[in-house]
Design a protein around this ligand. Structure first.
Ligand SMILES: Cc1cc2nc3c(=O)[nH]c(=O)nc-3n(C[C@H](O)[C@H](O)[C@H](O)COP(=O)(O)O)c2cc1C
Length: 180
């Protein structure tokens, strides 16, 4: 049997992004490989590029990776009460009129913010989008990391035992979700 692999994307392109750190932590905790696709490689969505001759190589690679992984995990920042444009851009490239790479895909949402609500509003918006696209979306447990600046240390490790346990439960349940 082929090894189960999870693909993960962080909606923040910032060098020291807490959402990217969150994915690195989940990667360390998980008992299966998690590969992270860098969203900065994707151009801004343009339907005109959606032809065999013009499709950007990065988009083609991203789609291949989504197809070859059993699950897709998103870490989303919250900007202005919603998801980041990089996250929406990635989703748009995965769900054009021609192809939908999200329908039936095993997916989970997580997110980290420096505020006290831990991306809850962004995650609600993201859930709506992914439900519309027919993703096989894990509902529970949810993973909201609030006050991220107090949760991760300088090495990107988790300083809070309770959060560690929540992250462990989250990623274990998602891996199980991907095997169903
Ligand atoms: C333009 C902008 C808008 C933001 N809006 C929100 C918001 O609506 N809710 C929230 O909790 N945090 C908000 N933040 C704070 C981000 O959650 C915080 O900067 C976070 O660290 C971004 O994620 P990252 O660390 O992965 O880059 C905002 C930050 C920026 C720069």
């Amino acid at each position: 049997m082929e090894e189960l692999r999870v693909l993960a994307i962080s909606g923040s392109l910032r060098k020291d992004s807490y959402n990217s750190i969150l994915l690195q932590c989940l990667k360390k905790i998980a008992n299966v490989p998690i590969d992270i696709f860098p969203l900065q490689e994707l151009p801004i969505f343009n339907e005109d590029l959606e032809t065999t001759e013009t499709l950007p190589e990065a988009v083609s690679q991203f789609r291949k990776e989504v197809l070859s992984h059993s699950g897709l995990l998103i870490a989303t920042p919250e900007y202005n009460w919603s998801i980041a444009s990089a996250t929406k851009n990635a989703i748009d490239w995965l769900s054009t009129n021609k192809d939908n790479f999200i329908t039936n895909k095993c997916m989970a949402i997580s997110g980290a913010s420096t505020g006290q609500f831990g991306t809850v509003r962004a995650q609600l918006h993201l859930r709506l989008i992914l439900t519309h696209l027919g993703a096989n979306l894990m509902n529970s447990p949810e993973l909201y990391i609030s006050r991220a600046q107090d949760i991760f240390d300088q090495n990107g490790d988790i300083t809070d035992d309770k959060v560690y346990v929540r992250m462990e439960k989250f990623i274990e349940t998602f891996i199980e979700w991907c095997t169903k």
